[in-house]
Write a protein that binds this ligand. Structure first.
Ligand SMILES: [Zn+2]
Ligand SMILES: [Zn+2]
Length: 236
């Protein structure tokens, strides 16, 4: 397995959606670099200006990362947003309506997302056994993107992935059912940690991690790859 494969394998083994996890780590590291090295970088400041200070999600994430690490602090954010506020005030005084185009970090995250899907698709045959054994479950969005890509290049891998993925979803559903049953007054046991965690894992499997990309509609229509109904039981 090459270095990228090892990186992907580690992300799968950590649990949850590996694509969401890698994007989350990527965003945090990009924000760290901005705050640590590029607060006064004119080209980056131009990128910020285009969206008048990022999208709401990334602006708040920038602030929370800044305050979570004493190495960054609030000064960098203050300098950037003083400029953004000045741009807004000056534009408004000239009678202009400042435009907010695509957020720079949203664009980078989408690029990272499609690169990650490509890297996974290229190595999925090798990674299938890792996926099968792990706590990882692709979220709906990233499963569909991956299958879209695999359906064209590796239909056999796509089929195997579907079988494993559906089995994992059913196992998760079973844990959730067991969790619910433990609340029955007749139940003698309290929920296990794994059952309690299933609530969070189910939300992640359906909606992905709380990331800006997961609030966007997928570029291509979902459901184009053939659904063979492996574990659905019925096809309608
Ligand atoms: Zn995901
Ligand atoms: Zn954004």
């Amino acid at each position: 397995m090459d270095m990228i494969g090892i990186h992907l394998r580690d992300a799968i083994e950590k649990g949850g959606c590996p694509v969401c996890r890698l994007i989350e780590e990527f965003e945090e590291s990009e924000i760290g670099t901005i705050l640590y090295e590029h607060v006064n970088d004119p080209s980056l400041r131009e990128e910020f200006k285009k969206s008048l200070g990022l999208c709401p999600y990334h602006a708040w994430k920038l602030l929370s990362i800044a305050y979570s690490n004493p190495l960054y602090g609030g000064l960098g954010v203050a300098i950037i947003y003083e400029h953004m506020l000045r741009t807004y005030i000056e534009g408004t005084q000239r009678g202009e309506t400042p435009q907010e185009s695509e957020c720079y970090l949203c664009r980078l995250a989408q690029e990272k997302e499609s690169l990650t899907i490509d890297s996974l698709a290229d190595r999925m045959a090798e990674l299938l056994p890792v996926y099968e054994k792990s706590e990882g479950i692709f979220c709906k969005r990233h499963y569909e993107m991956l299958q879209e890509r695999l359906g064209k290049s590796s239909p056999e891998v796509s089929r195997e992935l579907e079988e494993i993925h559906m089995r994992k979803l059913n196992e998760l559903k079973k844990l959730l059912n067991d969790f619910i049953e433990k609340f029955d007054y007749r139940s003698q046991e309290s929920p296990s940690d794994e059952e309690a965690l299933a609530v969070r894992r189910s939300i992640e499997a359906l909606k992905g991690r709380p990331l800006a990309i997961n609030m966007l509609k997928p570029k291509k229509k979902a459901g184009r790859f053939p659904l063979r109904g492996v574990s659905f039981g019925r096809r309608d």
